[in-house]
Design a protein around this ligand. Structure first.
Ligand SMILES: [Ca+2]
Length: 325
């Protein structure tokens, strides 16, 4: 029996069982591009992609993201919890220096950086268990609706691993190839990740200082205005023009024109400020909100109004709890 088990284990461990992507019909074009544009060697690419595995659970997950399944009320319950608020206060206390340095250098409020890391990975507690190469290869080669996007991310990933001296077969991330405490996809890593602890590379998995600096830099580069309003509650004044609610992610409506849509701002705002009118569903009925420029900036991280609302509200809860003696 022991001998049979040992044989089984040896068979399971044998590389002959790895699926690999080098025989996929889409592989030759990818290989040619990596050689032509980035100077990779064919043998090196075949070794890497030959060890990448198709994961059906990734194909299932990509088809039903939380932002599309849940109402605002349900989404809010997932992220605005006592555990996540307490976790944010603890993370802030433990990383006070790094958060203060990032706020100073990048002009981004610390509570927003903390909330992003909290929503993305529970402060680094859940950074994803897929090998990034499996996630990106599966989505590049076996998910036609987004193969162009994920093919680009696979390309960026291999370049990134080479640049930073990471082992491309070891790095872990989400089912969509998002990495580290702030869940950067490879193109975002290359554009925005920073080495904020000065050890020579941006390690957003293991260095909290690097993760904090990288999220703050991302917000800085997308135009975060420190201390400015993010989103304010609106009240209804008559019948709401439902067809004009949630018109995208960018503010598009003058405050002066809100009344014609059946809304009135919950705070004093000049008539010519441009806002994003939002209607978000909860069990108790719809909530109405007015997104500002900073709300739009949060959606540059994840293009969903529910996500931006959750990050903002979590940031405010953490800030309030952090300030309590
Ligand atoms: Ca570093």
């Amino acid at each position: 029996m022991v001998r049979v088990l040992a044989l089984l284990l040896a068979l399971l461990a044998a590389p002959a069982f790895a699926v690999g992507y080098t025989s996929h019909p889409g592989y030759p074009a990818f290989e040619a591009k990596m050689i032509r544009e980035h100077g990779f060697k064919a043998a090196e690419l075949r070794s890497l992609l030959g060890q990448a595995e198709r994961k059906d659970s990734i194909l299932e997950a990509i088809a039903r993201p939380a932002e599309k399944r849940l109402s605002w009320g349900e989404y809010r319950e997932l992220f605005i919890t006592k555990a996540r608020i307490d976790g944010g206060v603890a993370f802030w206390r433990e990383n006070k220096g790094a958060l203060a340095d990032a706020a100073k250098r990048f002009g981004v409020d610390p509570e927003v950086v903390v909330a992003i890391i909290g929503v993305e990975t529970r402060y680094g507690g859940n950074m994803g268990s897929y090998r990034v190469i499996d996630a990106l290869a599966t989505l590049s080669f076996d998910y036609p609706p987004r193969s162009a996007f994920f093919g680009g991310e696979l390309e960026q990933f291999l370049v990134m691993a080479r640049e930073q001296g990471f082992d491309a077969l070891q790095l872990k991330g989400s089912y969509a190839g998002a990495m580290g405490m702030g869940q950067f996809i490879p193109s975002s890593f290359r554009a925005y990740a920073v080495d904020f602890d000065g050890d020579g590379r941006a390690d957003i998995w293991n260095s909290r200082r690097d993760a904090i600096g990288s999220v703050a830099n991302y917000f800085n580069r997308h135009g975060w205005a420190a201390g400015a309003h993010v989103v304010d509650r609106a009240s209804t004044v008559g019948k709401v023009a439902v067809g004009s609610m949630n018109p995208g992610l960018e503010p598009n409506t003058r405050v002066g024109d809100l009344q014609a849509l059946g809304l009135s701002p919950g705070v004093v705002m000049p008539q010519d400020v441009i806002v994003l009118p939002l209607m978000l569903q909860t069990d108790a009925g719809p909530e109405y909100w007015l997104g500002r420029h900073n709300f739009y900036v949060i959606t540059r991280y994840n293009r969903s109004p529910l996500y931006a609302m959750a990050v903002h509200q979590l940031s405010q809860e953490i800030l309030a709890a952090f300030r309590q003696p």
